[in-house]
Design a protein around this ligand. Structure first.
Ligand code: FAD
Length: 279
């Protein structure tokens, strides 16, 4: 795959039934040999156990897996223990995030304020053992004071020791190209892999996008809304739009793609097939 990094993201299942379903999904996705699977970490550490269980099960099955670690609301001692446990288990890659507090929780507790502090802490604790991924935002993080601040804060994470970045999902390819250009102009050379969200459920996507500040362009949003409850049409149109987005990104030398699978194999594999990526 010409040195590009293709990866798939899961969230930890909440029930044994969900875990069973996810086993079937990762078995199917493993057939296309992604560089790694990542597993999210719930807001404020709310899925700590679930993330650990899922990561360990995949790791024992011989799959390359990268746990997400978010630092908001956690202590240095808790993070140090988790790093130690992952290191003991032989896990080599992490996605390091600030995270958000769960709704209703009091903010501010914990030893870390921003992801750059977590990255620096991981490097201080574990040297070069882990490959560290951080988040990047083509359409800017919703709490950034300005685009210039957003870039400076991204560069701060890389300077703290991140090896590469994965972006928030987006449907405006130009926003991604601008981010990469700005990062390069700021002297930041790490790979910035686009995060890709397949479109399967419009209501859910609209909710997510409002929360995380990812824009669904008007021409896509109105078209999707016009399908009403017709899931088949939403999925067919979504597949066309996201395939074209990925084609543009790869044609412009994106260093890979990170798929937000939403714990489903089919939409990601269908994109994979349409893009002609190797099976
Ligand atoms: P940061 O890089 O710390 O940035 C947060 C905000 O603070 C930004 O507005 C930034 O501009 C600003 N900022 C950063 N540093 C400074 C500083 N030193 N001084 C002042 N301002 C600063 N969330 C989860 O809870 N669990 C997950 O598993 C998870 N996985 C994700 C995976 C990816 C690929 C992405 C893109 C996001 C993920 N998120 C996850 C969401 C993420 O936690 C939120 O977007 C969160 O609000 C910001 O996290 P961050 O690591 O980008 O934070």
């Amino acid at each position: 795959m010409s040195g590009r990094t293709f990866s798939f993201e899961f969230f930890p299942p909440k029930s044994e039934q969900g875990a069973e379903k996810l086993r079937a999904v990762w078995a199917e996705l493993a057939q296309v040999r992604p560089a790694f699977f990542s597993v999210t970490f719930g807001a404020g550490g709310s899925t700590r156990e679930g993330t650990w269980r899922t990561v360990m099960e995949m790791h024992r099955a011989g799959l390359p897996v990268a746990p997400h670690i978010s630092c908001m609301g956690t202590t240095r001692a808790e993070v140090a223990r988790l790093l130690h446990d992952y290191r003991q288990a032989g896990v080599k890659r992490l996605v390091a995030l600030r995270g958000d507090m769960p709704s209703g929780a009091a903010g501010g507790a914990g030893d870390f304020q921003y992801a750059n502090e977590l990255v620096a802490f991981i490097r201080a604790e574990a040297g070069d053992w882990f490959h560290i991924e951080v988040a990047a935002y083509p359409e800017y993080h919703p709490q950034s004071r300005s685009p210039a601040d957003d870039l400076a804060n991204f560069v701060r994470k890389v300077d703290a020791g991140a090896n590469s970045a994965i972006t928030q999902y987006f449907y405006n390819a130009d926003a991604y190209f601008r981010l990469v250009d700005a990062a390069r102009a700021a002297g930041c050379e790490v790979p910035i892999v686009p995060g890709i969200m397949p479109i399967t459920n419009f209501a859910q996507l609209a909710r997510f996008s409002d929360a995380c500040g990812a824009e669904i362009p008007r021409w896509i949003r109105l078209k999707l809304a016009s399908f009403g409850d017709d899931r088949a049409s939403i999925q067919a149109y979504g597949l066309d739009v996201v395939t074209e987005l990925c084609e543009r990104l790869l044609a412009a030398s994106a260093p890979g793609l990170h798929f937000y699978t939403m714990n489903q194999a089919r939409p990601t594999l269908e994109l994979w097939r349409r893009l002609g990526l190797p099976r």
